[in-house]
Design a binder for this molecule. Structure first.
Ligand SMILES: [Zn+2]
Length: 222
């Protein structure tokens, strides 16, 4: 295979490198394994059609928008669990692609992205923060920075294991903002939104720190 260097603008270099990489290691659909074309990338059009789209939930204050484009069902649920708990990192770009596509409908005043922070201990055990893996591509796509001033200061039990009231209590004072924030509209990114307690708690502290508006996006609602 001949690689031709066209010598175009720096932007072309990324595209050319991608094409080169694609020729060496063709992309396959993460769900069914078929070779995908350049437009499809990580999810083939057949599987993409099979993923069930979920109706948008009613707006839940203090969140401006809440976007969870897909239903949390097979094969997406298994993919998310494998990515998160069994380190199947190859799902990451596919899951990020779903979020990036969904971002098209968001208002254009978003000026920062906050992947839901993970406590350092859990991050250390897991080796990565799944929300950051899928949130960073969203920030790149929107051309905005990641919010780095928010930390999770105590390790809390998994929200999914708790009753509603316990969830709220569980998260109280779990996150901390380390300085005043001057963003217009922050987009919180998580892999799955269950009851939305985490997103609302983060929205509350972001608004208290000076952010004007907060929205949230996740791949699916469980
Ligand atoms: Zn497929």
């Amino acid at each position: 295979m001949a690689v031709v260097w066209y010598g175009g603008a720096p932007d072309n270099r990324g595209m050319l490198w991608e094409a080169f990489e694609n020729a060496l290691m063709p992309l396959r659909c993460v769900f069914c394994g078929v070779r995908t074309c350049e437009r499809e990338r990580y999810i083939c059009s057949g599987c993409n059609e099979d993923l069930r789209h979920a109706a948008p939930p009613p707006p839940a204050p203090p969140l401006e928008f809440e976007l969870t484009p897909l239903a949390f069902e097979f094969p997406l649920d298994e993919a998310i669990k494998a990515f998160k708990f069994r380190r199947r990192l190859f799902y990451g770009p596919a899951l990020a692609q779903i979020l990036c596509d969904a971002c098209e409908v968001l208002p254009d005043d978003i000026d920062a992205v906050l992947p839901v922070p993970l406590h350092w201990r859990r991050r250390w055990f897991r080796g990565f923060n799944q929300a950051r893996e899928i949130g960073a591509p969203v920030a790149r796509k929107l051309g905005v920075p990641l919010v780095r001033e928010v930390r999770k200061r105590r390790a809390t039990p998994h929200q999914s294991e708790l009753e509603y009231r316990q969830r709220v209590r569980n998260l109280r004072a779990a996150f901390i903002v380390r300085s005043a924030l001057r963003y217009q509209h922050v987009l919180i990114v998580d892999d799955v939104i269950t009851t939305g307690t985490t997103a609302r708690e983060l929205a509350r502290i972001l608004l208290a720190a000076g952010v004007a508006k907060v929205s949230a996006i996740a791949i699916a609602r469980a």
